[in-house]
Design a protein around this ligand. Sequence first.
Ligand code: PRX
Length: 649
Amino acid sequence: MTASEIFPVPAELAASAHVNAARYQELYDRSLSDPEGYWGEVGQRLDWIKPYTEVKSTSFSGDVKIRWYEDGTLNVSANCLDRHLATRGDQVAILWEPDSPETPHRAITYREMHGEVCRLANVLKARGVKRGDRVTIYLPMIPEAAYAMLACARIGAVHSVVFGGFSPEALAGRIEDCGSACVITSDEGLRGGKPVPLKANADQALSTHAATAHVHTVLVVRHTGGKVEMTPGRDVWYDEECAKVAADCPPEEMSAEDPLFILYTSGSTGKPKGVLHSSGGYLVYAALTHELVFDYRPGEVYWCTADVGWVTGHSYIVYGPLANGATSLMFEGVPTYPDASRFWQAIDKHQVNIFYTAPTAIRALMREGDSPVTSTSRASLRLLGSVGEPINPEAWLWYHRVVGDGRCPIVDTWWQTETGGILISPLPGAMALKPGSATKPFFGIKPVIVDAEGVPLEGEAEGNLCIAESWPGQMRTIYGDHKRFVETYFSTYKGMYFTGDGCRRDADGYYWITGRVDDVVNVSGHRMGTAEVESALVAHPKVAEAAVVGYPHDIKGQGIYAYVTLMEGEEGSDALRAELAKWVRQEIGPIAVPDLLQFAPGLPKTRSGKIMRRILRKIAENDYANLGDISTLADPAVVQSLIDNRQNR
Ligand code: PRX
């Protein structure tokens, strides 16, 4: 088996899948030539309170306006719950697998979940949360996280889920930015047997930031039973409040364009931005892609291992699967606890049919050898998926051969927080697979590869990836900063959405994502702006200046390499290195801690004072032969000194 091998569509799948090759071509062509007609029909998969008559109203120029199904009204939670009650009320909606295999799992039916969501919606209302208000959700991977999202949707509140791995500082910044008055958290989270002090973190965020003083309610889920402080008046227990209210809450009628959620993500400059998604278009797109990309069939058990703190958890654990009436497995733990067989044992335990994870997890598990996998059956598996970063062919082949026993196609799904759902991916009944390629665009998606000047390239080409036309799942704006939205995504290449990714198209029209072309790094599938890590470092009193770049890392995909110039009179040491790591952990979270940190008395700068990151990237990559022209530097000698003191892996 070689990386250049092509894996054809299995004949049985071509015959039974939702979409085969001929149908793909027919529908793809139609979706581009008649987007109104195509998306108008597809939108009918949802239950609308007032049906839409206008399908698409979008423009990528000027002020950039993106509206889908504009005059329709609906409720997202009713689409994910209520409408399934008559046909599959007793089917499991969420299968919850806890951190420890010793703890009993939970199976929550659609009917039970409807009751839970209604109660929580009533609690939110009783605490004064209204339509349009923002609610911050800072929870571990427990069913209450999904209840909280849907309870917000039910009353028209806008949720902002903050990943449980973010620090109090990062949480405070996100609460402040969207002005949320209510935080839903739990006593603690649990990951790999270790407690995560979520409530204590929330307390710290709220007590040290005056700008969060508007938070009137902290709702606390009892999860581990760990001891927490409760601030009278502000903090209430989730279970106690839910016991006081009715299990019925009529869904609010929302416009298709009303915001459903904000999700913060990193960019190449400044603070994380609040990506804002709509109600109608987002749900249509999440549901359709979930059904077609995973070829989901009624009754199947589907498992996406992402955290609900990331967009993958939003679209492909909660919204897409539940809108489709699927059984969605939610896993609290980590792939290597109690041992490297955890994923595969859980697949056998719950008879999982479709499994969706990230390349970083695959690489980490691949390192443990085949036996943790082959000691399990995995006979229930039918389809595998990958998301979050480019998957190297070696990891792809191992995933296919060992995890999928050579039987299961792999859908390598390329998308972003901003896109709301999958844009480029195989449809498993339609596309032959090439390891490492996300293959072809989904319906309605028109990828364009441009050169540095913005000239679209035809045929076989490599350049920057843009999308020429809108799709319903596209983000609508950056919360509170539409100007930044326009500048970030629509000003580099006029009239097109710029993804920030590099991409190659081969002779067969297959797309190969080559990674970010901006100052964003992708560490273990977690997106991080180098500027954010830099500003965390320079906030330390001993740091004068910092420059952060990504470098190739065997397991994480990319690692974080930091060059730090200290204040006059400060001395670099291992102790200071550890202090700075701790500092970044507090400012942002563990995922932002540099893997390698080099004390650099000088950084390579142009005469106008701009740091030449290209050179820093090359040094971090150990690629000294290709430093390029360094003659324009203010002090070219800096480069040799950086090379001499490079940190080793
Ligand atoms: O660089 C691409 C990479 O992840 C970025 C988006 O990160 P985020 O918004 O956190 O969303 C991740 C989950 C959708 C992209 O710009 N990326 C995501 N999926 C792939 C990928 N790179 C290559 N192949 C993929 N399948």
